[in-house]
Write a protein that binds this ligand. Structure first.
Ligand SMILES: [Zn+2]
Length: 275
């Protein structure tokens, strides 16, 4: 077992909450749109408000992502120096923890990558909302053309409800991933930030270990039920050239170990034959 088992529920929760709040605010803006007298000015002012909400979200999410990634990388370094016996306690480790040059670059890269993905997520919501507002406005105008001819109160209410539903869906199915799956934005953000934090933890562990001339690590065990189970407790090497008949960490099959939501970690080992 790694000395420090990280738990990133709190961090992902903060980001998810920021997205949930922004989405609630957007839905409220869309609710406030007057669907009976839909003017161009009305439409523009709604889209402007939606844009402002998303800008605020991007700023907040970007900062939260940075803090989360830095924390995860720091956890990786702490786990390394404790498991190598450099210090004994987390408190001692926290006093001496520092990012080496490679880890500074790693953190910068993972933060930028995470912020880029988060930004793409809100851009997607923005695009969908815009397209739907436009579509809805056409339907409202069409509906108004026939007002008085056949638009009874019930019919108008039905149409309004349908349009509101479309607007709501445009926000709630904002993300389509590479595999074509639809995600609610906050679900997507949850998976994204957890994966990036675990990646930062793992990579920072390897970088810190290598800087201390430690070339091996062991994969943690928690009794996994998925494909990861086959890898629990296995020794891996951190560079392809390291001696010994161990799998190079870069060659591990990504669909079996270190997949999204995977909780497995690496603990560095100076002498792999002792595992
Ligand atoms: Zn796993």
């Amino acid at each position: 077992m790694p000395e420090v088992m990280p738990n990133y529920d709190y961090d992902s929760e903060l980001l998810v909450k920021a997205y949930q709040k922004a989405i609630d605010d957007i839905l409220r803006e869309l609710e406030r749109m007057d669907l009976s007298e839909f003017s161009r000015a009305n439409q523009l002012s709604t889209l402007k408000s939606v844009g402002e909400i998303l800008n605020g979200l991007n700023k907040e999410a970007g900062e939260l992502a940075k803090l989360s990634i830095e924390k995860a990388a720091k956890d990786g370094v702490i786990n390394t120096i404790i498991s190598l016996g450099v210090v004994e306690t987390v408190a001692e480790a926290e006093n001496i923890v520092a990012f080496n040059r490679v880890n500074k670059e790693l953190v910068k890269a993972v933060v930028a990558d995470t912020q880029k993905d988060l930004l793409a997520c809100s851009l997607n919501v923005d695009k969908k909302v815009r397209a739907t507002v436009q579509k809805v406005s056409v339907e409202v105008m069409r509906n108004n053309l026939t007002r008085g001819i056949n638009a009874t109160a019930t019919l108008r209410r039905d149409i309004t409800a349908e349009l509101r539903k479309q607007l709501g869906e445009s926000v709630n199915t904002g993300i389509i991933d590479a595999a074509g799956r639809k995600w609610r934005p906050e679900k997507y953000v949850n998976v994204l930030v957890r994966s990036k934090m675990m990646e930062a933890h793992k990579e920072a562990t390897i970088n810190e270990a290598l800087s201390r001339e430690v070339l091996y690590g062991v994969i943690s065990k928690h009794g996994a039920k998925d494909k990861c189970a086959a890898w629990e407790g296995k020794v891996v090497k951190f560079t392809r050239g390291a001696p010994g008949d161990y799998v190079y960490i870069g060659d591990l099959p990504k669909n079996e170990i270190f997949h999204p939501f995977c909780r497995h970690l690496i603990t560095p080992k100076r002498k792999p034959e002792r595992v």
